[in-house]
Design a protein around this ligand. Structure first.
Ligand code: TXA
Ligand code: MG
Length: 357
């Protein structure tokens, strides 16, 4: 039985729901909780059996390590062999917040958490309920996103329930999350910092602290070292095949109109996710969802996963999503989109022959 408890987004550690969830965590149970990015599926990060239950509930491959959530830089230091100066500077700039740092781990971190790697991922989340829960539990909280492996990450408690009802002991519901995409993951265990997953702390934010030309991108020199193990799995994917469409709004709209017409005459139904500027150019009637303004990709970040789940619920046969530029949050949005698309991209001006993958 899953217990669903409503908690105001500002709740403190003595809130009865938080107290009860913290007790469940200390007893080795699973607790889903809100963070500022997405909902997490938490367990006591120092209890290998409890952490094992996370993998079982999600159907997560055991070689994909978890993030340990802690309440402060000082608490993170207890889990890592060394906190390099660069990590300290990033923590001062972006914690609490959507930044996860991969560092060499201490022996107290169970193997199951880091999937046997010599490193551990640590993050101080910015959501008051997440922080209250970690404080009340008094242990680091291991938590991946609270979705079934391969599904879009949950940005509401209803998404968590849709995937994990009966598999998680407690769900804390504080409403929709603010960022909507998972945290930025940066590997600081190497000679130079490496961006493994773009997220709420942007490439530009990181560069402002690290300096230009310092941060490597995962994908470059991949042969020497795999990126975040999780990035190799099919991810963020709705049930229907997804295609990214890029170009000026008018061009994107014309491609989407043509695709929808062709699908319609074949008896297939497509959904389209487009920016507000493109929306009026698409005929009403089909499932057309608004990603917010093109100039504010953080809105698309906040809405993307909920929209993809809505497409699944409508059982559409395909999804077309308008792409954006890889600036600011646009980089994280495009990262998730291209993964969900498995390389299917339609670029305006290049014609259909240019569908990649
Ligand atoms: O925003 C978030 O990060 C959310 C909330 C709940 O905090 N959590 C989340 O966890 O997205 P998860 O497990 O879905 O994604 C964690 C990513 C995976 O790609 C994983 O492979 C990578 O971080 N990761 C974890 N530990 C790592 C390590 N030691 N080395 C390299 N990558 C690691
Ligand atoms: Mg995940």
């Amino acid at each position: 039985m899953t217990e669903l408890l409503r908690v105001p987004p500002t709740a403190v550690s003595v809130h009865p729901a938080v107290v009860s969830a913290a007790r469940a965590l200390r007893r080795g149970r699973l607790v889903a909780f809100p963070t500022e990015t997405v909902y997490g599926l938490g367990a006591n990060g120092l209890d290998p059996d409890a952490v094992g239950r996370i993998f079982a509930a999600k159907g997560r491959p055991p070689d994909n390590p978890l993030i340990l959530h802690v309440e402060s830089l000082a608490a993170a230091e207890e889990l890592v062999a060394e906190m390099p100066t660069v990590a300290r500077r990033l923590a001062e700039a972006f914690w609490p917040g959507p930044l996860t740092m991969v560092l060499r781990r201490r022996a107290c971190v169970p193997d199951v958490v880091s999937a046997g790697l010599p490193t551990v991922a640590v993050r101080v989340p910015a959501h008051p309920v997440a922080l209250s829960l970690i404080r009340a539990a008094g242990v680091p909280v291991a938590a991946p996103s609270a979705n079934k492996s391969g599904k879009p990450s949950p940005t509401t408690a209803a998404h968590v329930m849709a995937d994990l009802d009966g598999l998680v002991d407690v769900v804390l519901d504080s409403g929709p999350t603010a960022v909507g995409l998972e945290s930025t993951v940066i590997d600081l265990s190497l000679a130079s910092p490496r961006l493994l997953r773009p997220g709420g702390v942007t490439f530009e934010d990181l560069t402002s602290v690290l300096g230009r030309g310092v941060l490597e991108l995962a994908g470059e020199g991949e042969a020497e070292r795999p990126a975040a193990p999780g990035m190799k799995y099919r991810h963020y994917a709705p049930a229907a095949p997804l295609t990214v469409v890029t170009g000026h709004p008018a061009e994107v709209a014309s491609i989407i109109r043509a695709e929808m017409r062709a699908a319609g005459s074949a008896g297939r139904r497509l959904a389209a996710l487009v920016f507000s500027e493109t929306l009026p150019l698409i005929p009403a009637g089909g499932l057309v969802l608004d990603l917010g303004s093109r100039s504010r990709p953080e809105m698309a970040g906040r809405r993307l996963f909920a929209h993809l789940r809505a497409c699944d619920q409508e059982r559409v046969d395909g999804i077309l999503v308008e792409g954006t530029t890889e600036e600011g949050m646009g980089r994280a949005v495009m990262n998730r989109l291209l993964k969900a698309a498995g390389g299917r991209v339609l670029r305006a001006g290049e014609g259909k022959a240019c569908v990649d993958g």
